[in-house]
Write a protein that binds this ligand. Structure first.
Ligand code: GLU
Length: 492
């Protein structure tokens, strides 16, 4: 068997979509599984809808995900993507071949004429199929139309190709994921393969590229099934080997509509910006349509690659459960080595003056706050009380419900008084606070309330990281000054 060659072929009309990342991953896994090659091709034939910023985003996002491609033009010592707009000189030759073989024809219809055809079909409640008005124009008629200044587009002749390679109008193929699929080609209109301005269309360029790049398996979303029939006929008409096709079910939002921005992030770069880890994103999208044989869902790409079989992909749609992704993300955050995590979190801590913390203090802060993080960005709201010196913002309900109670006031007075003489290390504070709580317990105070008074005054909140460690990081002066500020002195 020839070498397996697959590709991901995004159109740069937006940032890399999480669904495209899944398609890329499945192609990548299939290539790895078969010692094959994974190729990136930017499909930018539609100049109006594409932008270089999107190309860059796709490139960077795939790299960030680690879905590196195996070949491509040299760009500064690494593989660039193949880009259709840089290959425009390749496409006309095969259009000519299709024209010469009678599988394509020039179409002079104006947009207005085509619009009128469509309106007519709508009026008659029929699905629109091009009328083939230009199929049999004579050379004289064409010359006349040209003289009028009309420039022809080129259309592919579906019926001619179908007839040449198949016994009936039914076109069937064996999908790697969905099994046998077929269509009655009478329902497919002769579509444009080259626009009047010479630009190739998607359905045409994709075939030329897949053929010339020796793509053996085309794995993509099921929204392309209707395109696949058109593409198979072009492959056949040009005498190219037809690749195997596999169509993946769609990814739907939890409300079963198309996944869109109103449900949350959809672009890989947005997920990353919000603090999702690429490991979690890959693991999560792998499970959209595929299930590991051992039922163990947390898996690295290497582990998935060992277990992955294209034939086992579910043909149905998958639901994008943001909550599950969050759960996975929190799992992966827990695995990050501390030094790496310290670096990764900095981007979410720009509101704070990190220079007020020594490296040891910053390390400890990250150690004690990482546990509940679901997104890396959660760190922003988890740490304000480590900064601000003697000042901390106190939540209003903590002020009235906790700090201002008589019990808390007594605790705070004792804390300030005794704390002055404490050696302010985490170890010692641990011991001292234990004793402090026990003393208050003897007076009938619940240990929980004792600690709430201190936590409320020092952090402004009732929940948060380990209190002893917080006090140690803040230092004696700031901790006690915050407590002092909360002590209500009688107004005389
Ligand atoms: N360029 C197409 C798209 O972004 C994908 C083409 C393909 O995979 O054949 O939807």
């Amino acid at each position: 068997m020839s070498e397996v060659r697959v590709r991901i072929a995004p159109s740069p009309s937006g940032n890399l979509h999480i669904g495209t990342a899944r398609t890329a991953l499945f192609n990548y896994l299939f290539a790895k599984k078969n010692n094959g090659k994974f190729i990136l091709r930017i499909e930018d034939t539609d100049a109006e809808r594409t932008s270089q910023a999107y190309v860059d985003n796709i490139f960077d996002s795939l790299k960030a995900l680690g879905l590196n491609w195996d070949e491509g033009p040299d760009v500064g010592g690494e593989y660039g993507p193949y880009t259709q707009s840089e290959r425009f000189d390749i496409y006309p030759k095969y259009v000519q071949e299709l024209l010469d073989k009678g599988f394509a024809y020039e179409c002079f219809c104006t947009p207005e004429e085509l619009e009128a055809e469509k309106e007519e079909a709508t009026k008659n409640k029929q699905a629109y199929v091009y009328s083939k008005k230009c199929e049999n124009l004579t050379e004289e008629e064409k010359a006349k139309l040209r003289a009028e200044g009309r420039k022809p587009a080129i259309r592919f002749n579906i019926a001619k190709a179908q007839k040449a390679f198949h016994d009936s109008s039914i076109l069937e193929f064996d999908d790697l994921v969905k099994g046998k699929l077929h269509v009655d080609t009478n329902l497919i209109g002769d579509f444009v393969i080259m626009k009047s301005n010479g630009a190739p269309t998607y359905n045409y360029a994709v075939v030329i590229d897949d053929a010339l790049m020796h793509i053996t398996h085309v794995i993509r979303g099921e929204d392309h099934i209707s395109n696949t029939y058109k593409q198979i006929l072009i492959f056949e008409a040009l005498g190219f080997e037809v690749p195997r096709f596999g169509h993946l079910g769609m990814i739907l939002a939890p409300d079963r509509s198309k996944l869109s921005k109103r449900h949350g992030a959809t672009a890989v770069s947005d997920f990353v910006e919000q603090g999702y880890l690429t490991e979690a994103l890959l693991n999560f999208v792998a499970l959209l349509g595929w299930a590991p044989s051992d039922g163990q869902e947390i898996k690295t790409v290497e582990e998935i690659a060992k277990d992955f079989r294209i034939g086992e992909i579910s043909s149905s749609n998958s639901i994008f459960e943001y909550d599950k992704l969050k759960w996975m993300n929190s799992h992966y955050i827990k695995q990050i080595p501390i030094e790496q995590l310290k670096e990764m979190l900095k981007k979410y801590l720009t509101d704070y003056d990190l220079t007020t913390l020594s490296d040891a203090q910053y390390t400890r802060m990250v150690e004690i706050t990482r546990e509940p993080l679901t997104l890396l960005s959660d760190i922003t709201n988890a740490v304000p009380y480590f900064f601000g010196g003697d000042n901390v913002e106190i939540e209003p309900e903590v002020q009235t419900g906790t700090i201002e109670t008589e019990l808390s006031q007594e605790v705070l007075r004792a804390f300030v008084e005794q704390g002055e003489s404490w050696e302010w290390t985490e170890e010692n504070l641990h011991e001292k606070l234990e004793k402090f709580r026990a003393d208050f317990k003897e007076k009938g105070y619940k240990p929980k309330f004792t600690m709430w008074a201190i936590r409320g005054a020092v952090t402004g909140r009732l929940c948060g990281a380990d209190m002893t460690a917080i006090l140690a990081i803040l230092g004696k002066e700031h901790s006690l000054n915050r407590a002092k500020k909360c002590i209500i002195t009688a107004n005389v």
